[in-house]
Design a protein around this ligand. Structure first.
Ligand code: NAD
Ligand code: MG
Length: 380
């Protein structure tokens, strides 16, 4: 039996991870954490019988303790709870499927405890990659990508250990507003932005996909995972989401991974790496595809992507500024407090406002997040 813990078990990635557990039957879930959905969390506890579960608020934890009094499960809460889930002694793999910088401390704790990381929580690498990658190396811990593009790159790199990457081709669906100009985006409402053409995901990443900020975060995620320079990453808009990404080697050979858009494949690949397992669901049928198309991203309209490249090139705590500003702005947009285009305006304003720290410590990364939040609250 493989033993895993999941941060964010009730979300899009978390529930799909549990679908794999249900289908494969040889994975034991030892610990799960969720934000506030204790109804679903209780169901998951009853089905998968972890020994440890966490919810964010202590009040909800108390409610859950009462609901699960008949079971042998310890319920914890808050950041301490997440750290306990991340380091639960029995588990070998931690699936990081929570959203945002909240994942940094649990990910660091899990690495220090020697757990393999199946990483979905890209915000953690974007903001603390300079701390996490060396720490993983020090503890001989593997960080296995769950993000579909990064899994595709990782799969394309198998057997190529001795060969240098010439270029990474990171594909982007382009999101629901592909082809629109800024004028047409002025009045976009929350409902419009939550409709992704190819993937069904959590709210925050769905908004990020529509602004191309998600692709910007993924460029930085790729930099850390595959140790490449900004100029080695090329974003290509590929609306069919069939080629999940590709690697070009020095001889010009391009190796890609293709498939139907189904997050269970990259999740399962990370859980069983380096082995592959059978997976239910629709298979890619090339005869069903009329065409595969590719074009350059429109970074004038979707300036979140160019801001991400700027943040990556400036380095230090600036990716944290980019990410924290986006996290806050997306939450405000979802609360209908700001307009759609204000999301990237806010990111840009924060990047101009906050002072650069070249080699931020964990504390400085978290302080930067706080400074960004305070700046946004004072201005918007
Ligand atoms: P989601 O919103 O569907 O799920 C988030 C999960 O985190 C939920 O279980 C929620 O309860 C939990 N959570 C939130 N706040 C918490 C807290 N304070 N304490 C404990 N748990 C908390 O998000 P998602 O779409 O599954 O995305 C998760 C991560 O994976 C993100 O970083 C996202 O960028 C990345 N990702 C997602 C997809 C996808 O297809 N959904 C694809 C690639 C990468
Ligand atoms: Mg992705």
């Amino acid at each position: 039996m493989k033993k895993i813990a999941i941060l964010g078990s009730t979300g899009s990635i978390g529930t799909q991870t549990l679908e794999i557990v249900r289908e494969q039957k040889d994975i034991q879930v030892t610990a799960i954490a969720a934000g506030s959905n204790i109804e679903l969390l209780e169901q998951q506890i009853r089905e998968f019988l972890p020994s440890l579960a966490a919810v964010w608020e202590e009040e909800k934890a108390n409610e859950l303790r009462i609901k699960t009094a008949d079971l042998n499960v310890k319920i914890v809460s808050g950041m301490e709870g997440l750290l306990e889930i991340a380091t639960e002694p029995e588990s070998e793999i931690l699936v990081t499927a929570i959203v945002g910088m909240l994942g940094i401390r649990p990910t660091i704790a899990a690495i220090t405890a020697g757990k393999t990381i199946a990483l979905a929580n890209k915000e953690t690498l974007v903001t603390a990659g300079h701390l996490i990658m060396p720490l993983a190396k020090k503890h001989h811990v593997q960080i296995l990508p769950v993000d579909s593009e990064h899994s595709a790159i990782f799969q394309s790199l198998q057997g190529e250990q001795e060969n240098r990457i010439h270029k990474i081709i990171l594909t982007a669906s382009g999101g629901p507003f592909l082809g629109k100009n800024r004028e047409e985006l002025k009045n976009i409402q929350v409902e419009d932005a939550l409709k992704h053409p190819n993937w069904s995901m959590g709210k925050k990443i769905t908004i990020d996909s529509s602004t191309l900020v998600n692709k910007g975060l993924e460029v930085m995620e790729a930099k850390w995972l595959f140790d490449v320079k900004p100029e080695q990453i090329q974003v290509t808009v590929h609306p069919q989401s069939v080629i999940h990404s590709a690697v070009e080697f020095e001889d010009g050979a391009v190796i890609a991974q293709l498939g139907t858009p189904d997050m269970r494949l990259p999740i399962q690949y990370a859980l069983y790496y380096p082995n592959r397992r059978s997976l239910s669901g629709k298979r890619l049928d090339l005869f069903e595809l009329s065409s595969l198309t590719f074009k350059k991203p429109d970074t004038e309209t979707f300036c979140g992507l160019s801001l991400a490249f700027t943040a990556m090139e400036r380095g230090g705590n600036i990716p944290t500024v980019f990410n924290a500003a986006n996290e806050k702005a997306v939450a405000m947009f979802l609360d209908r407090k700001i307009s759609y285009l204000a999301i990237t305006d806010i990111i840009e304003a924060c990047m101009n406002q906050i002072d650069i720290i070249k080699h931020p410590t964990l504390e400085q990364v978290l302080d930067t997040e706080q400074a960004v939040y305070e700046f946004i609250e004072s201005r918007w």
